[in-house]
Design a binder for this molecule. Structure first.
Ligand code: PRE
Length: 358
């Protein structure tokens, strides 16, 4: 074949390529419109029945030279790319996604404490509120250390129903009183939509715990109040599931959401859970919400809290959560992993000295 002949044929192919590109782009735009219609109707994007009908029709009118098998596989590729387009479009519309809100969300708490802004946040406090004395002792130590937000569990979803379940509303009252006395803000887990309204007077941030990340009714309910929410990643939740759980809250109108990585279940036994550091930059990339890391629950080990907190901050975390108890050995929950007050002071000083804590 002469070069001229080859060039002519290739020229025709270039032309056809151009036409094919125009056609598949036009097809793609219709696919996006169909995706929008399906979204509104709440029907699944993937429609194998429709794909089968189209493939059968194409094969019936196939005159070669491509085999029917080749036609099927070429068009299946087009359908699959079309489906990706519809799903991508859907992702773009998530309210929590960075695609729909480029700037970082900064949550402003009472007393001008910010989360997700220029400064890092240290959240510390006992696993459970156990008594006035225990809570006030921690609050005093936190105030002295310069911590602004105290955590303390009042409703404790424990693995065993026979373990300490928390002091409930009394626990929230104790937490609030200690926090008020020492000028701190409070964060506590709420596990039942019926408790939300009453808890609003006691907590500055509502925590949704890992076990409740999939509790969609609870997510919807906290989505309807005007109170910041700290959403923990589920024990075995993918980042996509985690992001969609946040979307449940935001879709109901509450935009003040913080995400917290708290370790996931893996085969590794050296730590209580596996701290997924990669979750931090991925969540920051995918969402505009502040991201914190719970070093206590993810590791379950006091000896590695400092490097893990530094790693979290280096990866872009906006804050750290850690458990502190005046006498961890006697704690009613998480006895093995809470820091005592001296240990907390060493921990916080070292994290600050790293230069990673803003
Ligand atoms: C389309 C895309 C995905 C579905 O699985 C089936 C078909 C296609 O590309 O033709 C379009 C579409 O969503 C539809 O016809 O319902």
């Amino acid at each position: 074949m002469s070069n001229v002949e080859l060039d002519v044929l290739r020229g025709r192919l270039d032309e056809i390529n151009g036409q094919l590109l125009e056609l598949i782009s036009e097809r793609a735009k219709i696919v996006q419109e169909i995706g929008g219609v399906k979204e509104k109707q709440g029907v699944p994007k993937f429609d194998p029945e429709r794909e089968k009908q189209m493939l059968d029709k194409l094969v019936a009118s196939n005159k070669g030279p491509f085999t029917n098998g080749t036609i099927r596989s070429l068009f299946k590729q087009i359908f699959s790319a079309s489906l990706d387009l519809q799903t991508d479009d859907h992702k773009k519309t998530l309210l929590v996604a960075r695609k729909s809100h480029k700037e970082d969300t900064v949550i402003v708490l009472p007393g001008d404490v910010t989360v997700g802004g220029a400064s890092s946040l240290m959240v510390a406090g006992p696993c459970s509120v156990e008594s006035e004395l225990q809570t006030r002792t921690v609050a005093a130590a936190l105030q002295k250390a310069g911590v602004r937000v105290m955590r303390g569990g009042a409703f404790k979803p424990r693995t065993s129903p026979y373990d300490f379940q928390g002091l409930g509303m009394d626990g929230l009252r104790i937490l609030r009183e200690a926090a008020n006395e020492y000028g701190l803000l409070t964060i506590s887990e709420i596990v039942d939509p019926r408790h939300i309204e009453e808890s609003l007077d006691y907590v500055d941030i509502i925590q949704i715990g890992a076990r409740n990340m999939h509790n969609f009714e609870l997510l919807k309910a906290v989505g309807e109040v005007d109170k910041p929410v700290l959403l923990k990643r589920g024990l075995a939740a993918t980042l996509d599931e985690f992001i969609h759980a946040a979307e449940y809250i935001m879709s109901r109108g509450n935009t003040q959401i913080m995400l917290i990585e708290r370790g996931i279940r893996t085969y590794e036994k050296a730590t209580r859970n596996t701290l997924d550091i990669s979750a931090v930059p991925i969540l920051k990339q995918e969402c505009h919400l502040p991201v914190l890391v719970d070093v206590t629950h993810s590791t379950g080990r006091k000896d590695i809290l400092i490097p893990c907190a530094k790693a979290a901050l280096a990866a872009g975390a906006d804050g750290i959560m850690v458990e502190v108890h005046p006498d961890p050995a006697t704690a009613l929950s998480d006895a093995a992993q809470q820091l005592n007050i001296d240990e907390f002071n060493t921990f916080f000083n070292e994290v600050k000295a790293s230069g990673l804590y803003r």
